[in-house]
Design a protein around this ligand. Structure first.
Ligand code: ADP
Length: 572
């Protein structure tokens, strides 16, 4: 594809060669007119100069070539003006010269166009007013103006004509290339728009697919986790307890995988934001440690926690995301270590009056990561080799989620590892120190709470019978009165007749879904708080719910703690 720049360069080349040719014609004529004199050879010298500009241009010194060409042209025009005297009309030659400035400086380099115009104009004026002659005919031998003038005139006009031809030709080429460029640009723009539309559609259907898939998977997992937890609380026999724990473990594992996939998608779409809330740092770390310690013990590994005792107890940050990072790194360390120990170290790096910088490191004595794989394992769906996934399981998403979260926190993660010896993942993070002590998450199911809750009725609306049963058991267990409705219409009837304190409403139901039911309830001017209970984790669900008259949202499968906390919050 010929670019505008290439055309420009071509033009400088043509111009140099053409001018060189004209200078030779002029020199030959001078020889004929004046015989062998200094002036007869001057034309050859100019021709050489033009050839030189041609070479300069070929070698890439376009700017220098352009300026030398213009010096020669200006000299030529001044020469003609001076030899032909005042009123000769040679000023007219400045017009093509001016066009040349525009063409040579691409009509955009105004500074250079202006310089050259000023040089030409002042040179011309000086000559006109001083009557100075560069080439004085009086000093030349045997001048025959009768031939010389018509010849000079013919040569200038012919030269001008040729230069104009080149000018027009190149201009035409330029215009054509402009048009092709504009058309190409339009085409690519159209293609881009189409591609964007396609990508948006694809992203939309992906998000729809994920939300319905996750809904379908989460709903049964909700029942499995819920019932398992209820059964585990119900004094099962020792053997049953083992089986139940295994069901509990597997279903939670399955949930982690689904959550990873959904989280990864949300992060890809830039929908994950870091929260800033006060949280008890030490308690969080201790919780993480204890739950991971169970996993380590199962593999006969030691998980050692080294927690700097100078760390403040309450910080401001995103405990959920921090937990997610640490869980991922610790579970990898346990997963990829067969013997030895895992060191979970938390150090205070900096303690300013209102914020701290903390270094986290997770070091194992596991299989290690080859040096050439240490970068790529942070990419999604990447594992060191396929035998790893067969042997240890996993999706290859964990570390890419960790990396994305660490990016969101505005920090970096580093890895040192040696094959066969172990790996260490480290990152540092700053947290403001919390000035308030956050409300404890410990759940109060004390006698007084149960007394207080006895008179409050919670209505659960869900078309799935199993979900209704799970929710019923939890709500009752916490001491609330519980009513069940399997569709929107039934829910409305309950609200019209019973003093309901709170509604837990599923969103996806046949006929009236959660949104429609809530709208109908509000239309009847019933303002009981309604909390959406959903397995749908699509990007915008929280916003949609808040805009549709719900007071809050709980995602299934819910942690019993969260459910009780929300019920308490809205029934106080
Ligand atoms: P997954 O663990 O689900 O395979 P990750 O993204 O968490 O996915 O990890 C990617 C790969 O990095 C793992 O499959 C494993 O090969 C390697 N890896 C991660 N952590 C460790 C570790 N602590 N020791 C050895 N290899 C590791």
């Amino acid at each position: 594809m010929t670019t505008m720049r290439a055309k420009q360069i071509r033009f400088i080349g043509y111009l140099s060669i053409l001018s060189s040719f004209l200078a030779i014609v002029n020199a030959v004529a001078m020889l004929l007119f004046f015989g062998i004199t200094f002036f007869s050879f001057f034309g050859f010298f100019v021709a050489l100069l033009f050839y030189f500009t041609y070479l300069l241009n070929q070698k890439g010194y376009h700017f220098l070539a352009k300026n030398i060409i213009l010096i020669i042209f200006n000299f030529a025009v001044l020469n003609i003006s001076s030899t032909q005297g005042v009123g000769s009309g040679s000023i007219l030659l400045y017009f093509p010269l001016l066009s040349l400035y525009f063409l040579l400086f691409e009509a955009v380099d105004w500074k250079w166009i202006a310089y050259w115009t000023i040089i030409s104009a002042s040179g011309y004026l000086v000559l006109e007013f001083s009557h100075y002659q560069i080439l004085s005919f009086g000093k030349m031998p045997d001048v025959n103006p009768k031939f010389l003038f018509p010849f000079n005139l013919f040569l200038s006009l012919f030269g001008e004509f040729l230069i104009m031809l080149v000018f027009i030709r190149v201009n035409h080429d330029l215009e054509k290339s402009y048009i092709t460029k504009a058309e190409e640009l339009n085409d690519s723009l159209r293609e881009l728009l189409l591609a964007k539309e396609k990508a948006e559609k694809a992203a939309h259907s992906r998000s729809l697919f994920l939300s319905s898939m996750s809904h379908e998977i989460r709903t049964p997992i909700n029942s499995i986790i819920g019932f398992t937890s209820l059964l585990l609380d119900d004094n099962p026999k020792e053997e049953q307890k083992n089986f139940l724990s295994m069901i509990d473990f597997s279903s939670k594992n399955l949930l982690v995988i689904i959550n990873d996939i959904l989280d990864f998608n949300r992060m890809e779409a830039g929908k994950v934001e870091i929260e800033l809330i006060p949280f008890p740092f030490n308690a969080l770390i201790s919780n993480i440690y204890h739950s991971m310690d169970l996993n380590a013990k199962e593999k006969n590994l030691t998980l050692q926690l080294e927690l700097d005792n100078k760390l403040p107890h309450y910080l401001v940050g995103d405990p959920t995301r921090l937990t997610q990072i640490l869980f991922n790194l610790l579970s990898n360390a346990i997963k990829f270590t067969n013997k030895g120990e895992i060191l979970f170290k938390i150090q205070l790096l900096e303690n300013l009056s209102d914020q701290v910088k903390i270094k986290f490191s997770i070091k194992d004595t596991g299989i290690g990561i080859p040096i050439d794989k240490q970068e790529i394992i942070f990419e999604h769906f990447t594992q060191v080799d396929s035998s790893i996934s067969r042997k240890f399981g996993g999706t290859g998403l964990g570390l890419s989620i960790v990396k994305k979260l660490i990016d969101l926190f505005g920090t970096t993660i580093s890895l040192t590892s040696k094959e066969g010896e172990g790996s260490e993942f480290t990152f540092s993070m700053s947290f403001p120190i919390s000035q308030v002590i956050p409300k404890s998450n410990e759940h109060l199911t004390s006698q007084t709470d149960v007394e207080l809750r006895k008179n409050k009725i919670v209505l659960v609306v869900d078309d799935n019978e199993l979900n209704l049963k799970v929710a019923y058991q939890f709500v009752k267990k916490c001491g609330y009165e519980c009513k069940l409705a399997s569709n929107g219409k039934e829910a409305l009837q309950f609200l019209e007749t019973d003093p309901i304190s709170l509604v837990l409403m599923d969103l996806q139901m046949p006929d009236w879904d959660g949104f429609v039911t809530t709208q109908k309830i509000r239309e009847k001017e019933i303002y009981t708080p309604i909390v959406a209970l959903t397995a749908d984790v699509s990007f915008d669900i929280s916003n949609r719910v808040k805009e549709s008259g719900f007071v809050d949202i709980i995602f299934k499968p819910f942690q019993p703690q969260d459910l009780i906390e929300k019920i308490e919050q809205y029934t106080m």
